[in-house]
Ligand binder design. Structure first.
Ligand code: PLP
Length: 428
């Protein structure tokens, strides 16, 4: 390969990606856009450095300032989530889950978790973290009509099987999970609850969803870049009694060097969230509920109309009648509405290439400053595509026009770079 050409191609692809994103409706529920202040942390020299171990107990020299930053980051996380202990070193949500399972289980133990079709994440199932740890995975019963864990059946399973850990939290996550009931049940035999808050971490911190640690979860894990709009990474929050086990599972268990520039970015994101998070989380959920209602009024099969569609940042739509999740999400992408196809409870997991549904998230549109009236328009544009009422080109033009007004990041600090702009720091 010609390196000069490769350089030109990569640069062009990066430029085009940013141009595309700035004209799209980004609605993938697991993503977000960081503020200019957070982005300012990412090209710092911390991106080049190692800081293995805990602050002030590092294996390498040169850590004076990252020690200070990591301690601040941990203190901010503890305060924001009202947790006794925080570890900000996992490099992703999956790593955080694997570390939590490593801390709380021995190979051969049992965990209970949701099926992927019911909203569970791969890292809750044998295919990922529990399999890596050598755990047996039991399936938590789910009520597809209510899109909630079936509490009575789950309690029966827990009583009979006594899994060492129950994993709550989900990827398709419309309504809070029954943390208190499940935590009371596992406490009768010293079991533990891990609540995977990857998706809803910002909603938890903003006080709009549920408060798993107060409701009885032993460990709260998460990604730091979904409804909590920090740089990509993972986090673990827990009580003091589990602190050593969690820290050891992370380092030296699963992470040697963590990503120091992301820790700096996370510290900024957490501080910003203390200032703006409550308002942002509330607006995100209001927008999701409005989007659900507006899509339903447009005639789409939005899940759970009898429950106000959602209490999170997500809306799920069954699009089987319109060609299925794969076709619909691809058509939406052509109209510059970016979302993902999603398994729904009635899907077989082997159908993940073409599941019944699509999942839509409002966390990034909210961050761009959109509110309920924009959600109505967004629903109309989505319905135009799904119901094939207008051409994809016509919808794409409307999307670009709508985006013209929404180019900055709200609910965050800093200025000087647009939400989807490539902030160049070098000429090459
Ligand atoms: C519930 C849940 N847990 C964990 C993850 C994995 O997070 P990460 O991509 O940060 O590893 C996801 C990803 O979307 C998720 O939905």
């Amino acid at each position: 390969m010609d390196p000069e050409k490769a350089l030109r191609d990569v640069k062009k692809a990066v430029e085009e990606h940013h141009r595309w994103m700035s004209r799209c409706l980004p609605m993938i529920a697991s993503e977000n856009v960081t503020s200019p202040a957070v982005r300012d942390m990412l090209p710092t020299d911390f991106a080049h450095r190692y800081a293995e171990g805990a602050p002030h107990e590092r294996l390498y020299e040169g850590c004076e300032y990252i020690d200070e930053i990591e301690i601040t980051c941990v203190e901010l996380a503890k305060e924001l989530f009202d947790a006794e202990h925080a570890n900000v070193q996992p490099t992703s949500g999956v790593v955080a889950n694997l570390a939590a399972l490593t801390a709380l289980t021995e190979p051969g133990d049992k965990v209970a978790a949701l099926r992927i079709s019911d909203g569970g994440h791969i890292s809750h199932r044998e295919i990922s973290a529990p399999g890596v740890r050598g755990l047996e995975v039991l399936t938590l019963p789910f009520d597809a009509e209510e899109m909630e864990i079936d509490v009575d059946e789950a309690l029966k399973l827990i009583e009979t099987e006594e899994p060492e850990v129950v994993i709550l939290g989900a990827s398709l996550f419309l309504f809070p999970h029954p943390v208190a009931e499940i935590s009371d049940a596992v406490k009768t035999y010293d079991g533990k609850v891990i609540y995977d808050g990857a998706h809803v971490l910002g909603l938890i911190a903003g006080g709009t969803f549920q408060d798993p640690l107060r409701e009885g979860a032993d460990v709260l894990t998460g990604s730091t870049h979904k409804t909590l709009p920090g740089p990509q990474g993972g986090i673990i929050l827990c009580g003091k009694e589990l602190a050593d086990a969690v820290d050891e599972a992370v380092f030296p268990g699963l992470v040697s060097n963590h990503h120091l520039h992301h820790v700096a970015g996370l510290a900024v994101a957490l501080a910003e969230f203390m200032i703006h998070g409550e308002e942002y989380a509330k607006a995100t959920v209001e927008n999701a509920r409005k989007l659900g209602e507006a899509l339903y009024e447009e005639g789409l099969e939005v899940l759970c109309p009898h429950k106000g569609f959602t209490r999170s940042h997500q809306v799920a739509v069954d699009v089987r009648k319109h060609g299925g999740g794969a076709r619909v999400s691809e058509r939406l992408e052509k109209a510059n509405i970016i979302c993902n196809k999603n398994l729904l409870p009635w899907d077989d997991e082997s159908e993940s290439d073409d599941p019944s549904g699509i999942r839509l998230g409002t966390q990034e549109l909210t961050r761009l400053g959109m509110g309920p009236s924009e959600m109505e328009f967004v629903a109309e544009l989505i319905a135009d595509v799904v119901l094939e009422r207008r051409s994809l080109e016509a919808v794409r033009e409307d999307v670009a026009e709508l985006r013209e007004e929404f180019q900055e990041v709200e609910y965050g600090l800093g200025s000087g770079v647009g939400a989807h702009e490539w902030p160049r720091i070098a000429d090459w």
